[in-house]
Design a protein. Structure first.
Length: 281
């Protein structure tokens, strides 16, 4: 997480959105992620964003059987590829070591890892809001992250990227806390579960988070069984500039730092707010 002075902003920051199809075969998932990073490198991207659970996923539930540590094969590959291609990476993974639940069974942690262009781990966000909704029960397999952990904000090319994941999108205070920490862009890796109205919710919430925070939103979904895909890039004015379908794909966009500044000047709603976001622990 950056706390120092902001570096000069470039005219644009290039970001690759990797909407991957992920399964339980961790080796295959690693290769797909590596290919996406190579594509981003060829595009001369500054940042690549992979979905939630990019290391492994089972739509029936994800737990300790799919977890691996930060020094395991998946994050090690992210670090090597980031350094090789000179780009930052944000990707969802599953970590071991979550506190056991009330049933005494071990839990994993749903995490998003940020890696700098130097190949070093810049931060880890552990998902606060577990998806116990619409018939799903993430808390049966996962332990939540601490609500009062410092926000994860990554500096790339003079823009600040704040990290949340999937179900967090339904909680506007999460995004606002990241913006309070200096985020210009909100990154939302997700494996957004399919179902009635779910794709509509995904799009509507991503646009709402952009408008209310005058921040760009990159909502990067998984493709495949049980999830909606439909990754979005939303401008700080709420205009959708990129919208994928439900198939695997890798897309690259340029984020205009001057556009962000101009939108916030025209719409200074962040400076008009009268309430603060305080974590409930």
């Amino acid at each position: 997480m950056s706390t120092g002075p902001r570096p000069p902003q470039r005219p644009a920051v290039r970001v690759t959105v990797a909407q991957l199809e992920v399964g339980t075969d961790r080796g295959a998932n690693l290769l797909a992620a590596r290919d996406a990073l190579r594509t981003a490198g060829r595009a001369r991207s500054d940042l690549v964003v992979l979905p939630e659970y990019a290391s492994a996923f089972d739509p029936r539930g994800v737990g300790v059987e799919l977890a691996e540590p930060l020094d395991g094969p998946f994050v090690t590959m992210l670090r090597r590829a980031a350094a090789e291609h000179g780009l930052a990476v944000v990707a969802g993974t599953i970590l071991p070591g979550g506190a056991a639940g009330a049933d005494g069974q071990p839990r994993a942690v749903n995490a998003v890892v940020a890696v700098g262009a130097d190949g070093e781990v810049a931060g880890v966000y552990r998902k606060v809001h577990l998806y116990d909704a619409f018939g799903h029960r993430e808390s049966q397999r996962l332990a939540p992250g601490p609500a009062d952990a410092p926000p994860l904000v990554l500096d790339v090319g003079g823009l600040r990227f704040g990290v949340l994941t999937c179900y967090d999108l339904r909680f506007p205070e999460v995004a606002r806390r990241l913006v309070d920490a200096g985020a210009d862009v909100l990154l939302v890796p997700a494996a957004w579960a399919a179902g009635d109205l779910k794709a509509m919710h995904w799009r509507t919430l991503a646009v709402a988070r952009a408008i209310e925070n005058t921040a760009a939103v990159l909502a990067v979904g998984q493709a495949g069984r049980g999830v909606v895909g439909r990754s979005l890039v939303v401008g700080p004015d709420g205009v959708v500039g990129l919208e994928a379908d439900d198939t695997p794909q890798v897309r690259t966009v340029d984020l205009d730092a001057e556009e962000l500044r101009a939108v916030r000047e025209r719409n200074p709603s962040l400076t008009h707010r009268r309430y603060a976001v305080v974590p409930r622990v």
